[in-house]
Design a protein around this ligand. Structure first.
Ligand code: NDP
Length: 337
Protein backbone atom coordinates (compact mmCIF):
# COMPACT_ATOMS: atom_id res chain seq x y z
CA UNK A 1 0.00 0.00 0.00
CA UNK A 2 1.04 3.58 -0.57
CA UNK A 3 0.09 5.80 2.33
CA UNK A 4 0.44 9.33 3.64
CA UNK A 5 1.45 9.63 7.27
CA UNK A 6 1.64 12.57 9.66
CA UNK A 7 5.28 13.73 9.72
CA UNK A 8 5.00 16.79 12.00
CA UNK A 9 2.36 18.53 14.08
CA UNK A 10 1.69 21.86 12.33
CA UNK A 11 1.74 25.19 14.13
CA UNK A 12 -0.88 27.29 12.39
CA UNK A 13 -1.35 26.60 8.71
CA UNK A 14 -0.27 23.03 7.81
CA UNK A 15 2.64 22.67 5.38
CA UNK A 16 3.21 19.95 2.76
CA UNK A 17 6.24 18.85 4.83
CA UNK A 18 3.89 17.95 7.70
CA UNK A 19 2.97 14.91 5.58
CA UNK A 20 5.15 12.05 4.27
CA UNK A 21 4.42 9.40 1.66
CA UNK A 22 5.47 5.81 2.39
CA UNK A 23 4.97 2.41 0.85
CA UNK A 24 4.47 -0.75 2.85
CA UNK A 25 3.75 -4.42 2.21
CA UNK A 26 0.41 -5.58 3.56
CA UNK A 27 0.35 -8.92 5.40
CA UNK A 28 -1.34 -11.92 3.80
CA UNK A 29 -5.13 -11.98 4.13
CA UNK A 30 -6.44 -14.09 7.03
CA UNK A 31 -9.79 -15.90 7.23
CA UNK A 32 -12.59 -13.37 7.79
CA UNK A 33 -10.64 -10.48 6.29
CA UNK A 34 -11.07 -8.45 3.11
CA UNK A 35 -8.53 -6.46 1.13
CA UNK A 36 -9.88 -3.01 0.24
CA UNK A 37 -8.70 -0.86 -2.65
CA UNK A 38 -9.41 2.81 -1.97
CA UNK A 39 -11.31 4.53 -4.78
CA UNK A 40 -12.16 7.89 -3.16
CA UNK A 41 -10.75 9.61 -0.09
CA UNK A 42 -12.76 12.34 1.63
CA UNK A 43 -10.84 15.41 2.84
CA UNK A 44 -12.57 17.17 5.73
CA UNK A 45 -11.81 20.12 8.04
CA UNK A 46 -11.87 17.89 11.17
CA UNK A 47 -8.57 16.33 10.02
CA UNK A 48 -6.80 19.55 11.05
CA UNK A 49 -7.81 18.78 14.64
CA UNK A 50 -6.42 15.26 14.42
CA UNK A 51 -3.03 16.66 13.40
CA UNK A 52 -2.77 18.47 16.76
CA UNK A 53 -1.80 16.84 20.01
CA UNK A 54 -4.51 18.75 21.90
CA UNK A 55 -7.17 16.61 23.49
CA UNK A 56 -10.46 16.67 21.59
CA UNK A 57 -13.47 14.43 21.06
CA UNK A 58 -11.21 12.02 19.14
CA UNK A 59 -7.62 10.93 19.69
CA UNK A 60 -4.94 12.68 17.64
CA UNK A 61 -3.15 10.91 14.81
CA UNK A 62 0.23 9.79 16.13
CA UNK A 63 3.37 11.04 14.40
CA UNK A 64 4.24 8.46 11.75
CA UNK A 65 0.68 7.05 11.64
CA UNK A 66 -1.57 7.08 8.57
CA UNK A 67 -3.80 10.15 8.32
CA UNK A 68 -7.40 9.22 9.13
CA UNK A 69 -10.20 9.70 6.63
CA UNK A 70 -13.48 8.43 5.26
CA UNK A 71 -13.17 6.44 2.04
CA UNK A 72 -15.10 4.54 -0.60
CA UNK A 73 -13.34 1.33 -1.58
CA UNK A 74 -13.69 -1.78 -3.70
CA UNK A 75 -13.31 -5.24 -2.21
CA UNK A 76 -10.24 -6.48 -4.07
CA UNK A 77 -9.99 -9.86 -2.30
CA UNK A 78 -12.29 -11.50 0.21
CA UNK A 79 -11.95 -14.25 2.78
CA UNK A 80 -15.16 -13.07 4.46
CA UNK A 81 -18.48 -14.72 3.52
CA UNK A 82 -20.37 -11.39 3.77
CA UNK A 83 -18.31 -9.68 1.07
CA UNK A 84 -17.56 -10.48 -2.54
CA UNK A 85 -14.78 -9.26 -4.75
CA UNK A 86 -15.99 -6.14 -6.54
CA UNK A 87 -18.38 -4.99 -3.79
CA UNK A 88 -18.25 -1.23 -3.15
CA UNK A 89 -18.14 -0.14 0.47
CA UNK A 90 -17.96 3.02 2.56
CA UNK A 91 -15.19 2.65 5.11
CA UNK A 92 -12.42 4.49 6.91
CA UNK A 93 -9.19 3.47 5.20
CA UNK A 94 -7.56 6.85 5.73
CA UNK A 95 -5.01 8.33 3.36
CA UNK A 96 -3.83 5.08 1.74
CA UNK A 97 -4.37 3.07 -1.41
CA UNK A 98 -5.10 -0.30 0.24
CA UNK A 99 -6.17 -1.57 3.64
CA UNK A 100 -7.14 -4.84 5.28
CA UNK A 101 -10.44 -5.00 7.15
CA UNK A 102 -12.22 -7.56 9.31
CA UNK A 103 -15.47 -6.40 7.73
CA UNK A 104 -16.51 -4.52 10.87
CA UNK A 105 -17.90 -1.07 10.14
CA UNK A 106 -18.14 -1.54 6.37
CA UNK A 107 -21.28 -0.05 4.82
CA UNK A 108 -22.47 -1.42 1.48
CA UNK A 109 -22.77 1.20 -1.27
CA UNK A 110 -25.23 0.56 -4.09
CA UNK A 111 -23.86 2.15 -7.29
CA UNK A 112 -27.37 2.04 -8.80
CA UNK A 113 -28.74 4.55 -6.24
CA UNK A 114 -26.16 7.27 -6.84
CA UNK A 115 -22.50 7.57 -7.87
CA UNK A 116 -20.45 5.81 -5.13
CA UNK A 117 -18.53 8.99 -4.24
CA UNK A 118 -21.78 10.43 -2.83
CA UNK A 119 -21.36 8.02 0.11
CA UNK A 120 -18.76 10.55 1.30
CA UNK A 121 -21.11 13.53 1.27
CA UNK A 122 -24.76 13.82 0.28
CA UNK A 123 -25.42 10.20 1.32
CA UNK A 124 -22.74 10.07 3.98
CA UNK A 125 -21.04 11.84 6.85
CA UNK A 126 -21.45 15.48 5.82
CA UNK A 127 -25.05 15.05 4.67
CA UNK A 128 -25.89 13.36 7.94
CA UNK A 129 -24.19 16.18 9.87
CA UNK A 130 -26.46 18.74 8.22
CA UNK A 131 -29.60 16.62 8.59
CA UNK A 132 -28.94 15.74 12.24
CA UNK A 133 -27.87 19.24 13.29
CA UNK A 134 -30.96 20.79 11.74
CA UNK A 135 -33.33 18.06 12.87
CA UNK A 136 -32.21 17.78 16.49
CA UNK A 137 -31.10 21.32 17.26
CA UNK A 138 -32.02 23.87 14.57
CA UNK A 139 -35.60 22.61 14.12
CA UNK A 140 -36.60 25.17 11.51
CA UNK A 141 -40.34 25.85 11.26
CA UNK A 142 -42.02 26.68 7.95
CA UNK A 143 -41.29 30.27 6.95
CA UNK A 144 -38.40 30.71 9.37
CA UNK A 145 -35.00 31.95 8.15
CA UNK A 146 -32.07 29.52 8.26
CA UNK A 147 -28.60 30.95 7.66
CA UNK A 148 -25.45 28.91 7.09
CA UNK A 149 -21.83 29.70 6.21
CA UNK A 150 -19.36 27.58 4.23
CA UNK A 151 -22.62 27.24 2.33
CA UNK A 152 -21.24 25.82 -0.92
CA UNK A 153 -19.42 23.05 0.95
CA UNK A 154 -20.91 19.61 1.62
CA UNK A 155 -22.35 20.45 5.05
CA UNK A 156 -23.60 23.96 4.26
CA UNK A 157 -25.11 23.04 0.89
CA UNK A 158 -27.13 20.28 2.56
CA UNK A 159 -28.23 22.57 5.40
CA UNK A 160 -29.69 25.06 2.93
CA UNK A 161 -31.35 22.44 0.75
CA UNK A 162 -32.89 20.59 3.70
CA UNK A 163 -34.08 23.90 5.16
CA UNK A 164 -35.89 24.58 1.86
CA UNK A 165 -37.36 21.06 1.79
CA UNK A 166 -38.71 21.70 5.31
CA UNK A 167 -40.37 24.93 4.13
CA UNK A 168 -37.91 27.43 5.60
CA UNK A 169 -36.05 30.29 3.91
CA UNK A 170 -32.36 29.59 3.25
CA UNK A 171 -29.62 32.23 3.28
CA UNK A 172 -26.10 31.12 2.39
CA UNK A 173 -22.80 32.78 3.24
CA UNK A 174 -19.84 31.87 1.02
CA UNK A 175 -16.51 33.20 -0.22
CA UNK A 176 -16.75 34.88 -3.63
CA UNK A 177 -19.30 35.67 -6.33
CA UNK A 178 -19.06 32.31 -8.07
CA UNK A 179 -19.96 30.31 -4.97
CA UNK A 180 -22.79 32.74 -4.15
CA UNK A 181 -24.27 32.47 -7.65
CA UNK A 182 -24.14 28.68 -7.39
CA UNK A 183 -26.11 28.73 -4.13
CA UNK A 184 -28.98 30.73 -5.58
CA UNK A 185 -29.03 29.46 -9.16
CA UNK A 186 -28.30 25.77 -8.69
CA UNK A 187 -29.18 24.93 -5.11
CA UNK A 188 -32.25 27.14 -4.76
CA UNK A 189 -31.10 29.20 -1.76
CA UNK A 190 -33.25 32.33 -1.35
CA UNK A 191 -30.21 34.57 -0.99
CA UNK A 192 -26.42 34.34 -0.80
CA UNK A 193 -23.90 36.78 0.64
CA UNK A 194 -20.12 36.96 0.10
CA UNK A 195 -18.35 37.09 3.46
CA UNK A 196 -15.31 38.69 1.85
CA UNK A 197 -17.31 41.73 0.63
CA UNK A 198 -16.46 45.04 2.37
CA UNK A 199 -20.03 45.67 3.48
CA UNK A 200 -20.75 42.02 4.34
CA UNK A 201 -22.60 42.69 7.66
CA UNK A 202 -24.94 45.14 5.95
CA UNK A 203 -25.58 42.81 3.00
CA UNK A 204 -26.32 39.95 5.35
CA UNK A 205 -28.82 42.10 7.21
CA UNK A 206 -30.50 42.96 3.89
CA UNK A 207 -30.67 39.28 2.98
CA UNK A 208 -32.39 38.51 6.31
CA UNK A 209 -35.15 41.14 6.59
CA UNK A 210 -36.97 39.09 9.25
CA UNK A 211 -33.79 38.23 11.17
CA UNK A 212 -32.34 34.75 11.58
CA UNK A 213 -34.18 31.96 13.42
CA UNK A 214 -31.60 29.22 12.88
CA UNK A 215 -27.90 29.88 12.32
CA UNK A 216 -26.02 26.69 11.50
CA UNK A 217 -22.52 27.59 12.71
CA UNK A 218 -19.70 26.23 10.54
CA UNK A 219 -17.07 28.96 10.65
CA UNK A 220 -16.97 31.40 13.61
CA UNK A 221 -14.76 34.48 13.31
CA UNK A 222 -16.03 37.68 11.67
CA UNK A 223 -19.02 35.83 10.17
CA UNK A 224 -20.29 35.22 13.70
CA UNK A 225 -19.93 38.96 14.43
CA UNK A 226 -22.24 39.74 11.51
CA UNK A 227 -24.76 37.03 12.38
CA UNK A 228 -25.07 37.77 16.09
CA UNK A 229 -27.07 41.04 15.86
CA UNK A 230 -29.52 39.39 13.45
CA UNK A 231 -30.46 36.43 15.64
CA UNK A 232 -34.12 36.55 16.66
CA UNK A 233 -35.60 35.90 20.08
CA UNK A 234 -35.36 32.13 20.75
CA UNK A 235 -33.05 31.56 17.75
CA UNK A 236 -31.28 28.18 17.67
CA UNK A 237 -27.61 27.79 16.78
CA UNK A 238 -26.36 24.26 16.10
CA UNK A 239 -22.60 24.71 16.60
CA UNK A 240 -21.15 22.33 14.06
CA UNK A 241 -17.70 23.75 13.34
CA UNK A 242 -15.49 26.85 13.54
CA UNK A 243 -13.24 26.33 10.54
CA UNK A 244 -12.08 29.98 10.58
CA UNK A 245 -10.20 29.08 13.79
CA UNK A 246 -8.74 25.65 13.02
CA UNK A 247 -5.33 27.08 12.10
CA UNK A 248 -5.23 29.38 15.16
CA UNK A 249 -2.49 28.58 17.59
CA UNK A 250 -1.73 29.93 21.02
CA UNK A 251 -3.16 33.33 21.88
CA UNK A 252 -5.77 34.56 19.41
CA UNK A 253 -5.23 38.08 18.19
CA UNK A 254 -8.85 38.84 17.29
CA UNK A 255 -11.39 40.76 19.33
CA UNK A 256 -12.85 39.26 22.51
CA UNK A 257 -16.22 37.95 21.31
CA UNK A 258 -17.31 36.54 24.64
CA UNK A 259 -19.19 39.46 26.27
CA UNK A 260 -21.17 40.24 23.09
CA UNK A 261 -22.01 36.59 22.56
CA UNK A 262 -23.02 35.94 26.17
CA UNK A 263 -25.05 39.15 26.30
CA UNK A 264 -27.02 38.15 23.20
CA UNK A 265 -27.61 34.61 24.50
CA UNK A 266 -29.02 36.15 27.66
CA UNK A 267 -31.12 38.98 26.29
CA UNK A 268 -32.52 37.11 23.27
CA UNK A 269 -32.88 33.69 24.91
CA UNK A 270 -30.69 32.01 22.31
CA UNK A 271 -29.92 28.31 22.30
CA UNK A 272 -26.38 27.42 21.23
CA UNK A 273 -25.84 23.68 21.19
CA UNK A 274 -22.68 22.02 19.96
CA UNK A 275 -22.69 18.54 18.49
CA UNK A 276 -20.49 15.91 16.90
CA UNK A 277 -22.55 14.02 14.34
CA UNK A 278 -21.51 10.65 15.80
CA UNK A 279 -23.76 11.46 18.78
CA UNK A 280 -26.80 10.83 16.58
CA UNK A 281 -25.38 8.23 14.24
CA UNK A 282 -26.47 4.99 15.80
CA UNK A 283 -30.05 6.10 16.35
CA UNK A 284 -30.63 8.18 13.20
CA UNK A 285 -28.27 7.24 10.34
CA UNK A 286 -30.78 4.75 8.92
CA UNK A 287 -33.59 7.32 8.85
CA UNK A 288 -31.28 9.85 7.24
CA UNK A 289 -30.20 7.46 4.47
CA UNK A 290 -33.82 6.55 3.75
CA UNK A 291 -34.95 10.17 3.50
CA UNK A 292 -31.87 11.48 1.66
CA UNK A 293 -31.80 8.57 -0.84
CA UNK A 294 -35.43 9.32 -1.69
CA UNK A 295 -34.62 13.02 -2.17
CA UNK A 296 -31.70 12.06 -4.45
CA UNK A 297 -33.93 9.70 -6.46
CA UNK A 298 -36.53 12.48 -6.84
CA UNK A 299 -33.87 14.96 -7.97
CA UNK A 300 -34.45 17.19 -4.96
CA UNK A 301 -30.86 17.30 -3.76
CA UNK A 302 -27.95 18.68 -5.73
CA UNK A 303 -24.24 18.52 -5.02
CA UNK A 304 -20.92 19.51 -6.42
CA UNK A 305 -17.67 17.59 -6.10
CA UNK A 306 -14.22 19.13 -6.19
CA UNK A 307 -12.26 16.04 -7.25
CA UNK A 308 -8.45 16.01 -7.25
CA UNK A 309 -6.48 13.22 -8.86
CA UNK A 310 -4.17 10.84 -7.04
CA UNK A 311 -3.25 10.35 -3.38
CA UNK A 312 -0.20 12.62 -3.83
CA UNK A 313 -2.54 15.57 -4.35
CA UNK A 314 -4.15 15.17 -0.93
CA UNK A 315 -1.90 17.36 1.29
CA UNK A 316 -2.06 20.46 -0.90
CA UNK A 317 -5.79 20.10 -1.51
CA UNK A 318 -6.41 19.68 2.22
CA UNK A 319 -4.36 22.77 3.12
CA UNK A 320 -6.26 24.81 0.51
CA UNK A 321 -9.65 23.67 1.78
CA UNK A 322 -9.03 25.29 5.15
CA UNK A 323 -8.77 28.59 3.24
CA UNK A 324 -11.79 28.07 0.97
CA UNK A 325 -9.90 27.02 -2.18
CA UNK A 326 -12.26 24.08 -2.67
CA UNK A 327 -15.58 24.56 -4.47
CA UNK A 328 -17.82 21.67 -3.44
CA UNK A 329 -17.05 18.45 -1.61
CA UNK A 330 -13.29 17.90 -1.69
CA UNK A 331 -12.50 14.34 -2.74
CA UNK A 332 -9.29 12.61 -3.79
CA UNK A 333 -9.73 10.12 -6.58
CA UNK A 334 -7.28 7.42 -5.54
CA UNK A 335 -8.14 4.76 -8.15
CA UNK A 336 -10.54 4.39 -11.09
CA UNK A 337 -14.02 3.12 -10.26
P1 NDP B 1 -16.15 22.82 3.36
O1 NDP B 1 -15.91 21.99 2.16
O2 NDP B 1 -17.29 23.76 3.34
O3 NDP B 1 -14.76 23.57 3.60
C1 NDP B 1 -14.57 24.55 4.54
C2 NDP B 1 -15.05 25.91 4.00
O4 NDP B 1 -15.02 26.84 5.07
C3 NDP B 1 -14.13 26.54 2.97
O5 NDP B 1 -14.36 26.05 1.68
C4 NDP B 1 -14.49 28.02 3.10
O6 NDP B 1 -15.58 28.30 2.25
C5 NDP B 1 -14.99 28.13 4.54
N1 NDP B 1 -14.08 28.94 5.34
C6 NDP B 1 -12.78 28.68 5.64
N2 NDP B 1 -12.26 29.68 6.37
C7 NDP B 1 -13.26 30.59 6.53
C8 NDP B 1 -13.33 31.85 7.18
N3 NDP B 1 -12.27 32.37 7.81
N4 NDP B 1 -14.52 32.52 7.18
C9 NDP B 1 -15.58 32.00 6.54
N5 NDP B 1 -15.57 30.82 5.89
C10 NDP B 1 -14.40 30.13 5.88
O7 NDP B 1 -16.25 21.95 4.70
P2 NDP B 1 -17.38 20.95 5.25
O8 NDP B 1 -18.70 21.22 4.63
O9 NDP B 1 -16.83 19.59 5.19
O10 NDP B 1 -17.42 21.39 6.78
C11 NDP B 1 -18.09 22.56 7.20
C12 NDP B 1 -17.99 22.68 8.72
O11 NDP B 1 -18.66 21.58 9.34
C13 NDP B 1 -16.57 22.67 9.26
O12 NDP B 1 -16.48 23.60 10.32
C14 NDP B 1 -16.40 21.27 9.79
O13 NDP B 1 -15.44 21.18 10.79
C15 NDP B 1 -17.81 21.03 10.32
N6 NDP B 1 -18.17 19.61 10.50
C16 NDP B 1 -18.60 19.23 11.73
C17 NDP B 1 -19.04 17.95 11.98
C18 NDP B 1 -19.57 17.60 13.33
O14 NDP B 1 -19.85 16.44 13.58
N7 NDP B 1 -19.75 18.57 14.21
C19 NDP B 1 -18.98 16.92 10.93
C20 NDP B 1 -18.55 17.44 9.63
C21 NDP B 1 -18.15 18.74 9.44
P3 NDP B 1 -15.83 29.78 1.61
O15 NDP B 1 -14.95 29.88 0.43
O16 NDP B 1 -17.27 29.79 1.29
O17 NDP B 1 -15.45 30.76 2.67
Amino acid sequence: TTRIVLANRPKGRPQPTDFRTETAELPELQDGQVLLETLYLSLDPYMRGRMSAAKSYADPVEIGAVMVGGTVARVAQSRNADWNEGDIVACGNGWQTHAISSGAGLRRVDPDVAPPSTALHVLGMTGFTAWAGLGNIGKPAKGETVAVAAASGPVGSMVGQIAKLRGARAVGIAGGAEKCAYLVNELGFDAAVDHRAEDFPQRLAEACPDGIDVYFENVGGPVWDAVLPLLNLYARVPVCGIVAHYNDHGETTGPDRLPGTMGAILSRSLTLRGFIMSEFMEAQMGDFLTEASAWVAEGKLHWREDMVDGLDAAPEAFIGMLEGKNFGKLIVKVADL
